[in-house]
Design a protein around this ligand. Structure first.
Ligand code: PLP
Length: 411
């Protein structure tokens, strides 16, 4: 397919509502929040069940032999998908586990500092705080970030923090920086290559939190060259919940062990991560079917459609709501999740919080998009996906308009 032939919001090709038959949604439900938990096509569900059946038919053959062949095949295919060496990949259950695996393995010593952005995912930043609490004189350096920011301004903020730390000359060192590739709320694509290079130039290791990346943006680790990288496959790749991919550069592998130590302790990175204890591995194995499902359309086609829909859908919503998207016309900052400002008059309204909005959206309208305050605005994050069309965004905007107008009338 040439660029001009790739599907877009205006020309969905094989995507849009015709995809609904491939997923499990009931007639009356539209999924606008793929970003939080993902969802998988029916063929993936079929294969999860087939894997479970095979396990139950002969648990010994499965857990002692066949499972390893499949796990190996998945790492081979994913290594090709994200351009790295298969020996640098481990399959884990989720990003939280992948972050804990690395942070709880690295030998932190007094004077070590860990740099994070204030917009980092809460579970990740809390894990850093735990590491600080569990070690003497290990501290977090949190860079305050409010979007929208140009790439240059974001990089400047991080560099200012690095320089300010250098000027302390207190004998401490920034051992590790953790940066999002695509943040959660607000959802913004970060200049990840430049962030990796910047942190490396100050001598820090870099962990890229790419929870939202595989399946949403092209990933090329040979180009990015992080020390550590984690991505959920259960978000944008269409595998089942509980499947994620951890990358550990070979030079650090001797330090990294699974969260649960197994009988394979100290037998090398690949072997140690090949079996994480007895569990149902079918969600991890479903990566195989997810990859097969995607291949029939091609990555370029999927990414072209979902990105175009997020951009066009965000603009359509902002027009109906009389507001703007967080990153305005900077379309390169948006992948599939677009943050649309909601026209609330009083940001301090007692019901202007996600818990109250969630109740209204789920109970009254049977849909959900997360709402959050960032900077001076209330936003909602909407996830474009291959089963949605522009008219869904229009419907959602009108619902949000009704909800916010109701709140404005009561303030
Ligand atoms: C940026 C980011 N990091 C980490 C996570 C945690 O992912 P999980 O709950 O799958 O561990 C998320 C989840 O949405 C996320 O958005």
């Amino acid at each position: 397919m040439t660029n001009a032939e790739l599907p877009t919001a205006a020309n969905p090709g094989p995507f849009g509502h015709k995809q609904r038959k491939n997923f499990l949604f009931p007639e009356n439900y539209t999924q606008f929040n793929h970003g939080s938990y993902g969802t998988f096509p029916k063929v993936v569900q079929d294969d999860i069940r087939a894997f479970q059946d095979r396990c139950e038919q002969n648990p010994d053959r499965w857990n002692r032999c066949d499972l390893f062949t499949y796990m190996d095949d998945i790492r081979t295919q994913l290594a090709e998908f994200i351009n790295c060496d298969k020996a640098e990949l481990a399959l884990v259950n989720n990003t939280t586990a992948g972050v804990n695996t690395v942070l709880r393995s690295l030998p932190f010593v007094p004077g070590d500092r860990i740099l994070v952005l204030s917009t980092g995912f809460i579970a990740v930043n809390q894990t850093v705080r735990y590491i600080c609490d569990a070690h003497e004189d290990v501290k977090v350096i949190e860079v305050p970030v409010t979007f929208p920011l140009s790439d240059k301004d974001l990089l400047n903020k991080v560099e200012e923090a690095l320089k300010a730390h250098q000027e302390l000359k207190d004998g401490s060192r920034i051992k590790l920086g953790i940066v999002d590739w695509i943040s959660s709320v607000p959802s913004v694509i970060h200049p990840v290559k430049e962030l990796v290079e910047l942190l490396h130039s100050y001598g820090a290791l870099v962990y890229v939190d790419g929870a939202h990346t595989i399946g949403q943006v092209p990933v090329d680790l040979g180009y990015l060259r992080p020390d550590f990288y984690i991505t959920n496959c259960h978000k944008w790749l269409f595998s089942a919940r509980g499947s994620a991919l951890l990358y550990v550069a070979k030079r650090h592998q001797h330090l990294i062990h699974p969260i649960s130590i197994t009988g394979d302790y100290n037998s090398g990175f690949e072997k140690e991560f090949s079996f994480l204890g007895t569990q149902d591995y079918s969600s991890i194995l479903s990566i195989l079917t997810a990859l097969k499902f995607r291949k029939q359309y091609g990555e370029d086609a999927i990414i072209s459609y979902t990105h175009s829909l997020a951009i066009e859908g965000g603009k359509a919503m902002a027009k109906i709501l009389g507001t703007h998207t967080l990153t305005r016309d900077d379309d390169d900052k948006v992948a599939n999740m677009v943050n649309v400002a909601l026209p609330i008059k009083d940001l301090k309204h007692p019901k202007a919080n996600n818990a109250d909005f969630m109740k209204i959206m789920l109970d009254k309208y049977n849909l959900y998009t997360p709402a959050f305050i960032h900077g001076d605005h209330l936003y909602t994050r909407v996830s474009a996906q291959i089963y949605l069309e522009l008219e869904d965004f229009v419907r959602l905007a009108n619902i949000w308009k009704e909800v916010i107008e109701g709140l404005n009338a009561s303030s």
